[in-house]
Design a protein around this ligand. Structure first.
Ligand code: AMP
Length: 210
């Protein structure tokens, strides 16, 4: 199954994709994670995108499309994948349609107040990428990941100015994809304001009916 996970920042797309990936035997492809790994490695791509990402803006379409075009040419995603964070613009969606046929687009619907609450408390492990939360799911000592012992940090783009910018960018550039994919008959709406395991159950039900 070839899936796109759509939704605002803080909808839980990354967490849900990580949980759904083994269930559907579909590799999880997150453009945000690919960019963050490139930044951590200090690669030319990482150097190019760091200040854009830290400010909560979008990386340019040409760079992002090329990244996904190359990733989707690999063997492990011939029959299935979960795209998390791509496409984020109509131009990216048009480009994707030219090199891959998506089966279903999930739109994770979350009210703004929950998005802000989730993002402002999010903590990320530098080593394994797991998402913790200051209030809802804190690591035991607040500083190290209980899963792998990695260092916990707050993403630069989860700080308040960048969060505001990301929500604005989402509304202007990414939200139009909801109607874009609805018009193609590919969209499934899922309420994602409750706990992640409830959303995952709703996702499984929705996809088993497809
Ligand atoms: P995410 O982890 O999905 O929230 O992505 C983090 C950041 O990476 C975004 O705020 C953008 O700066 C950049 N990014 C991720 N995916 C895309 C994309 N499809 N197009 C442009 N920029 C992206």
């Amino acid at each position: 199954m070839k899936l796109i996970f759509l939704g605002p920042p803080g909808a839980g797309k990354g967490t849900l994709a990580a949980k759904a990936s083994p269930l559907f035997n579909a590799p999880h492809i997150s453009t945000g994670n690919i960019f963050r790994e490139a930044i951590a490695a200090g690669s030319p791509l990482g150097n190019k995108v760091k200040s854009i990402i830290d400010a909560g803006k979008l990386v340019d379409d040409a760079t992002t499309i090329e990244l996904i075009r190359e990733r989707l040419a690999q063997n492990d995603v011939k029959n299935a994948y979960i795209l998390d964070g791509f496409p984020r613009t109509i131009a990216q969606a048009d480009a994707l349609a030219g090199f891959s046929k998506v089966d279903t687009v999930i739109n994770f619907d979350v009210p703004d107040n929950i998005v802000i609450e989730r993002l402002s408390g999010r903590l990320v492990c530098r080593k394994c990428g797991f998402n913790w939360h200051k209030n809802f799911n804190p690591p035991k000592d607040g500083k190290t990941c209980d899963k792998c012992g990695g260092e916990i940090y707050t993403r630069e783009d989860d700080k308040s100015e960048a969060v505001k910018k990301r929500l604005e960018v989402y509304r202007e550039q990414t939200a139009p994809l909801i109607e874009y994919y609805r018009a193609k008959g590919l969209l499934v709406d899922i309420e994602a304001g409750s706990q992640v395991d409830i959303t995952l159950e709703n996702l499984k039900k929705a996809l088993s009916c497809k």
